[in-house]
Design a protein around this ligand. Structure first.
Ligand SMILES: [Zn+2]
Length: 317
């Protein structure tokens, strides 16, 4: 499949989704001396340190390194094969911070949200996958039906209720959220796009609108509803643009372009501090997320919001 160019996509593992249902098979992969591990500590990923001169990258642990902290691993998940190497994610959140350094003398555990855009696309995608599924285990330790402890099964892609009378199976979940670039075509033919500034965002920081999908709602309906709720704009045609895993903590962002049928903005002050129509020229000159200057800044380079904005700008040139 052609890479979409959207960050956090493109995990190139063979996930062996049928074979991993057999726990004996998974256990055998775990014993493979070629096995590599991606540790997760309290939602953070292990990457080469900020003091290193090169860009950050994944630090994989070998079988030998694993034996040093085996008893401290609370969950393991078979992520897939990298060629013939089985790759597992390990949850080591139980290790106390002060003794973490004694087990890991290279790299640092860092929030992927902070360093994602500095990582190569392949590394970012792999770490997002590992972080996302370990987070799911951490938040699904108990059966949602009877409250009994649940057990890691199918190589970490299923949790089974330990109460034999219940036996509820729970599968990893991802919360769908729509994210949309709304455009308006002026009578002159020029197009403008609608961006909003969230109430929690710093001055000048604008992005595309977004929101979670309700039960009983199509993705297109969610786009129409969210744009009207947040900015008071009616949109007509809605077209799909691409998607992005967003494990912060557990979403998939579904990207759309929406055609505005009205132009007068009326923001929901609970959601947005402001929303504005921007021309491509204004956006080309925008600063980057995190810039300290008070001027216009747009979404981080690793976000699908930025992908939607950049694609739109390129079409206007
Ligand atoms: Zn149960």
């Amino acid at each position: 499949m052609k890479n979409s160019g959207i960050h956090y996509t493109g995990v190139d593992f063979d996930r062996a989704a049928t074979l991993r249902k057999d726990q004996d098979w998974v256990d055998k992969q775990f014993q493979n001396p070629k096995c590599l591990f991606i540790p997760i500590w309290q939602n953070k990923n292990l990457v080469t340190g900020q003091n290193d001169t090169s860009d950050p990258g994944i630090i994989y642990l070998s079988k030998g390194q694993y034996s040093g902290f085996e008893k401290l691993v609370s969950e393991s998940v078979f992520l897939g094969f990298d060629d013939d190497r089985p790759i597992f994610a390990l949850d080591i959140s139980g290790i106390k911070e002060e003794i973490l350094k004694t087990h890991f003398n290279q790299g640092e555990f860092i929030n992927l949200r902070l360093i994602g855009q500095l990582l190569k696309a392949r590394d970012a995608a792999r770490l997002a996958y590992a972080r996302g599924i370990i987070h799911w285990h951490n938040t699904h330790q108990f059966c949602s039906k009877c409250g009994s402890k649940s057990i890691n099964k199918s190589g970490g892609h299923l949790r089974l209720c330990s109460n034999m009378e219940c036996g509820k199976e729970t599968f990893p979940r991802t919360d769908p959220a729509v994210i949309m670039l709304v455009e308006y075509r002026l009578e002159s033919g020029e197009k403008k796009c609608l961006l909003g500034r969230h109430t929690k965002s710093p001055e000048g920081m604008f992005s595309t609108l977004a929101g979670f999908v309700d039960p009983g709602e199509s993705l297109e309906e969610a786009v129409v509803r969210e744009v009207f709720e947040e900015a008071g704009i009616r949109v007509g045609q809605v077209t799909y643009q691409g998607s992005q895993p967003w494990p912060f903590p557990a979403s998939i962002m579904l990207g759309f372009r929406a055609q505005a049928e009205t132009i007068n903005i009326n923001v929901d002050p609970q959601e947005l501090a402001e929303a504005k129509w921007f021309s491509a020229d204004e956006l080309i000159n925008a600063g980057e997320w995190g810039d300290k200057n008070p001027g216009l800044k747009i979404s981080r380079k690793d976000s699908i919001a930025r992908h939607l904005i950049d694609s739109w700008i390129n079409e206007q040139l």
